[in-house]
Ligand binder design. Structure first.
Ligand code: ADP
Ligand code: SR1
Ligand code: MG
Length: 408
């Protein structure tokens, strides 16, 4: 079928002709509602009238950016990469990725499992909900997806084949290059200019050449370092969760990039939530939980990554027997420490871009009281700056937590 943008009625007509989906529903009494709340795409919840337990999600990319409007063109082929990434990550981590029922590149859509008992993690965190399995789940997800798509596991030809499959996601990579590393730190039409205007903190940020030079180094890493297949937008709005399970959705920004970028995105979003609770709820107990969670996520990620590496001896990088055991372990430890350092740097960029850039986060931009919002923004920029400037000297996770505690 030639591409067309679906709506609540045509999505049902479309789905009635898809055998794998109809097998799931078992009857044709399907109704749809649009539930998308993201920046880019349309998401439909399809359910059976007779059997309301039967529910699936249809997500379709449209040839523009939803949150800006039809004038901001963005190629719908981004869905091709979301499909490929969902499929790849599902083979690596089936318990953390929704099951796909059907996918069509032509229609730029995917039909997937409905996570009806889960909520977007950002919303839970804003309401001070603690998720006791989260650090275990997300550290396993990140260590496995990054390790098993890298040259530390794959052969040289398999790695290049993987890169070929994702190299075409150029528009979304460019969007991140612009939005995460550039526009939010200078005068730009896409910024939240109502807030930038006559704001001394914005002026200070835009004139901070020490910070901006270091951001440029991280941007260069993002553009050139092809370590592993990344989710590419791993914020807490891309995680659906409940007290037992954790799912990672929405990998349309997937590309082969630096190890630290996904870990950094997650860190940034947990820190932004910490700032929200420092400024708005003053919930010290929840802030403690966030600090502990950040520590656990980073330490468990490092341990799991090392564990996968120790279990898999041959790869494009290392030929078994090339280094003696003690040199090998030193090399691996230094390597993983550098991933954490890069993560801290990327986290700094990702936090700072949410302050004046086009897409804010609810924890900060959603604060209605102007004075409190300004306080949250100032704290975010303070932590972000330290993360960016100090990232390559970080020796332990505790130093990251100290930076957070000292700022807020
Ligand atoms: P976008 O690419 O526009 O950011 P998302 O993939 O983040 O779209 O989806 C937007 C929203 O749709 C999510 O925030 C979530 O509320 C809902 N959603 C997406 N996928 C699912 C799913 N598999 N199950 C339940 N809800 C989902
Ligand atoms: C205009 S698109 C803005 C942001 O939304 C996505 O979730 C990514 O974070 C992107 O940078
Ligand atoms: Mg999203």
């Amino acid at each position: 079928m030639n591409y067309k943008v679906l709506d609540v009625s045509s999505v049902v007509e479309y789905i009635l002709n898809i055998k794998s989906v109809m097998n799931y529903f078992g009857s044709d009494d399907i109704r749809a509602e649009e539930i998308g709340d993201g920046n880019l795409n349309y998401v439909y919840r399809l359910s059976s009238v007779l059997n309301p337990q039967k529910v699936l999600i249809v997500k379709q990319a449209v040839p523009y950016l939803r949150c800006v409007g039809e004038d901001f063109l963005l190629s719908r082929e981004r869905m091709t990469y979301e499909i490929r990434a969902l499929q790849k990550f599902y083979t690596i981590c089936p318990s953390f990725v929704p099951k796909i029922y059907y996918a069509s590149q032509e229609m730029s859509l995917v039909v997937m499992e409905y996570l009806g008992n889960h909520i977007i993690m950002r919303k839970g965190l804003i309401n001070s909900v603690k998720y006791k399995n989260f650090s275990d789940h997300i550290s396993t997800y990140m260590a496995a997806t990054l390790f098993y798509t890298s040259s530390l596991y794959l052969s040289s030809s398999d790695k290049r084949e993987l890169m070929d499959k994702f190299n075409g996601n150029t528009e979304l990579c460019k969007l991140s290059e612009d939005l995460v590393f550039s526009f939010a730190f200078m005068e730009h039409e896409t910024n939240d200019n109502e807030n930038v205007k006559d704001n001394p903190e914005a002026e200070k940020l835009f004139a901070d050449m020490e910070f901006k030079e270091r951001v440029l180094e991280l941007k260069y890493k993002f553009m050139t370092q092809s370590d592993a297949l990344l989710h590419g937008d791993l914020h807490t709005g891309s995680i659906m969760i409940n007290e037992k399970e954790t799912y990672v959705i929405d990998p349309e920004f997937a590309f082969v990039g630096p190890f630290g970028f996904d870990v950094g995105a997650l860190l940034a979003n947990l820190v932004n939530n910490y700032i929200h609770h420092s400024v708005v709820t003053k919930d010290e107990d929840f802030k403690e939980w966030l600090l502990l969670t950040i520590k656990e996520v980073l330490e468990k990620f490092s341990a799991e990554f090392l564990n996968f590496w120790n279990q898999n001896k041959n790869s494009a990088l290392l030929v078994d027997g090339y280094l003696d055991e003690s040199a090998l372990q030193n090399f691996k430890k230094r390597f993983i420490k550098n991933i954490i350092r890069d993560s801290v740097g990327f986290a700094g960029c990702k936090m700072a871009r949410r302050v004046y850039g086009v897409a804010g986060v609810e924890e900060i931009r959603g604060i209605e009281d102007k004075i409190l919002r300004a306080e949250a923004e100032k704290t975010a920029l303070k932590i972000a700056r330290e993360f960016v400037i100090k990232h390559d000297k970080i020796e332990s996770v505790d130093e990251i937590l100290e930076i957070m505690k000292n700022a807020g």
